[in-house]
Design a protein around this ligand. Structure first.
Ligand code: GTP
Ligand code: SPV
Ligand code: MN
Length: 599
């Protein structure tokens, strides 16, 4: 069976689907049309096979549950490759494979991998269908879970094929779960062929190929050539009492607060000023210079794939409201009553439940060594439509996106980085992005808590040489007349007892308020060696009492620590190879000089 005849007469597309089917040998091929009927059929079929579990439809209408393989719970950076003809084009930031060798090896893993299964053909648009900002991809997959997620995360179905017409301009995305063998797992990108191959995984970023693979790795490569930016950034609008909305874009590494900031609720003390927050995106921004000399951004996605643990009515009420319907929950606790739960969620865990591994579980359950067993996998997630978010912006579907007033970089730093500071210039702002670092979280494999450099939060996502990417950012600054100001934030600084100094979440609006003041040429600041720092009285603290001395600690810049930091940044820049742009090096030298002078 193949319903392709009814869907598209694009010969190039049809031939490619046939060719990939000849490799993977599915029993049948089904094209995804985007209809509710087809989605309902797929849900029913996946429930029959146990691929997903229907949740309590009275409490959670349209919601389903999925468990991944226990060894398949996050992106796999060591199995992710950029396959360019020349190794230096991938850069030291990427694992590299020769394209021919990569295709050949993976073809062995794909050969016959869909035997007895269905191959689904998902036509999807990243960005509003038909917008000049948007890109089309076609994902072939043997996973209904992937299809159902892609239907939430992207605009998928027949209308995308109508826009594609007979064109060759689409990203070829091939995915097979195969047998989920971690050793034979490969996430391969061929930017020179506009192609992605992913095999032996069934988890999020590895397999929802429109997300990190297309919208960041492939898109960043295209953006460099076409003169725009594909970034790991949230986009949010801040509406002021006078009705004016300013939009900011912010890059934080995985699991460092993008989803939370994107849908923050103004804290009590600031509410009376009449602020409203509008969510445009929580993970990815495509940014283009426009004729007005400003940068404009769209969110290419139309859903959230958000971290579940820690999401509750206090930390992120908008997220809690978003996931009440039409949501897929992955690797959380499953109650016998068909509800879900996760660590630091709302209320008590269901008394009778199973953990993410399917074992009987109750809160406080301990292992042999007396250690508490978490019920939800730390990187467990929800997939939910952005339109269900109470703060969803009415501009999400706009073909032209929103104008960006400020760009913010940030990371998870227990020490060193102050709550917020402002760059001295665009190039200095590029330096702030280039020198970003953060403590590792559950979204990555590897030792958690360890500080690693993660420039622009793009280390795992830049589809080409990072040094060339820095240069591209420098050039973008020259290309726009009214470039946004660039800031750095750190919500995660701790005191000597290891407690967070800043309450974070909704309170972060106080910092954003200062950021916007600075963009208008207002806001109190002093010049420090690392950039403009707010004065301790610069924030509106109505309704928030910080312990005495906290603000000083939050804004402290320790010269010796920063000198060490500069040395560590230098080592990192050296590791990126000979293409490091002189402008970024220059910013590092200037920082060292300023630190020296300040003593
Ligand atoms: P990805 O989806 O992996 O790209 O992550 P993300 O950047 O969207 O991270 P998310 O907003 O899901 O936050 C991840 C974790 O950071 C959660 O455990 C949050 O509770 C925590 N977090 C978010 N914002 C803050 C904050 O302002 N302060 C503190 N202390 N923790 C925060
Ligand atoms: C991230 O890790 O930055 C995510 C989750 O947003 S995933 O889609 O799995 O990459
Ligand atoms: Mn992310």
């Amino acid at each position: 069976m193949n319903n392709g005849d009814m869907m598209s007469n694009n010969r190039i597309l049809r031939n490619w689907v046939e060719e990939m089917a000849a490799l993977c040998l599915p029993e049948k091929i089904v094209w995804i049309d985007g209809s509710d009927e087809q989605r309902d059929q797929l849900r029913a079929e996946a429930c029959r096979t146990g691929e997903i579990i229907e949740l309590n439809q009275e409490i959670l209408p349209g919601c389903y549950y999925h468990r991944t393989d226990p060894l398949d719970v996050a992106r796999v950076e060591d199995k992710t490759f950029i396959c360019t003809r020349r190794e230096q084009d991938a850069g030291t930031n990427n694992n590299w494979k020769n394209p021919e060798e990569a295709y050949m090896e993976a073809a062995n893993f794909f050969r016959g991998s869909m035997r007895g299964r269905t191959m689904y053909v998902i036509p999807f648009s990243m960005g509003p269908v038909g917008s000049p900002f948007s890109k089309i991809g076609i994902e072939l997959t043997d996973s209904i879970y992937v299809v159902l997620n892609m239907l939430i995360m992207t605009r998928a179905g027949r209308e995308v094929l109508d826009v594609l017409g007979s064109s060759n301009d689409f990203t070829r995305c091939l995915h097979s779960k195969a047998d989920l063998d971690p050793e034979r797992r490969r996430i391969l990108h061929f930017p020179e062929d506009n192609t992605i191959w992913s095999v032996n995984s069934g988890y999020g970023g590895n397999v929802l190929l429109g997300k990190k693979c297309l919208s960041l790795r492939i898109a960043s490569y295209l953006a460099k050539q076409e003169g725009w930016l594909a970034e790991h950034m949230l986009i949010l609008g801040i509406e002021e009492p006078n009705g004016k909305i300013d939009y900011v874009a912010a890059a934080f590494p995985s699991a460092c607060g993008k989803t939370n900031l994107a849908m923050l609720i103004p804290p009590e003390g600031l509410k009376s000023k009449g602020y409203r927050i509008w969510t445009v995106g929580d993970d990815i921004a495509w940014i283009r210079p426009d004729t007005d000399g400003r940068l404009w951004a769209i969110n290419p996605e139309q859903g959230f794939f958000g971290v579940a643990p820690g999401t509750n009515l206090k930390s992120n009420p908008n997220a809690v409201k978003t996931v009440q319907a039409n949501t897929i929950f992955t690797n959380v606790v499953l109650g016998k009553d068909g509800t879900v739960w996760w660590e630091e969620g709302d209320g008590d865990a269901p008394a009778d439940s199973e953990d993410w591994l399917g074992r009987p579980w109750h809160p406080g359950k301990k292992d042999d060594k007396g250690k508490e067993i978490p019920g939800a996998q730390p990187n467990s997630r929800f997939t939910a439509p952005i339109q269900q978010c109470p703060s969803a912006s009415h501009r999400i579907g706009h073909h032209h996106g929103v104008p960006i007033s400020a760009i913010i970089f940030g990371g998870r730093r227990e020490r060193l980085a102050p709550l917020v500071y402002e760059s001295l210039s665009w190039n200095h702002g590029v330096y702030l992005g280039a020198s970003m670092a953060s403590e590792r979280t559950a979204a990555q494999y590897g030792k958690q808590g360890e500080v690693r450099r993660d420039p622009f939060a793009m280390l795992p996502f830049c589809g080409y040489n990072m040094a060339d990417y820095f240069k591209h950012w420098i050039q973008m600054g020259r290309a726009v007349k009214n470039a946004p100001k660039i800031f750095h934030v750190n919500w995660f600084r701790k005191d000597d007892e290891g407690k967070f100094l800043w309450p974070g979440f909704g309170e972060n609006l106080r910092v954003l308020e200062w950021v916007l003041q600075r963009c208008r040429g207002e806001g109190k600041a002093i010049e420090s060696p690392i950039g403009y720092l707010p004065t301790p009285d610069a924030f509106d603290m109505t309704g928030l009492d910080l312990p005495k001395g906290s603000m000083d600690q939050l804004l402290d810049v320790n010269n010796n620590d920063w000198k060490d930091e500069a040395m560590s940044v230098e080592t990192f820049f050296d590791s990126l190879g000979p293409r490091m742009p002189w402008e970024v090096r220059n910013e590092l030298e200037a920082l060292k000089r300023r630190l020296e002078q300040a003593k």
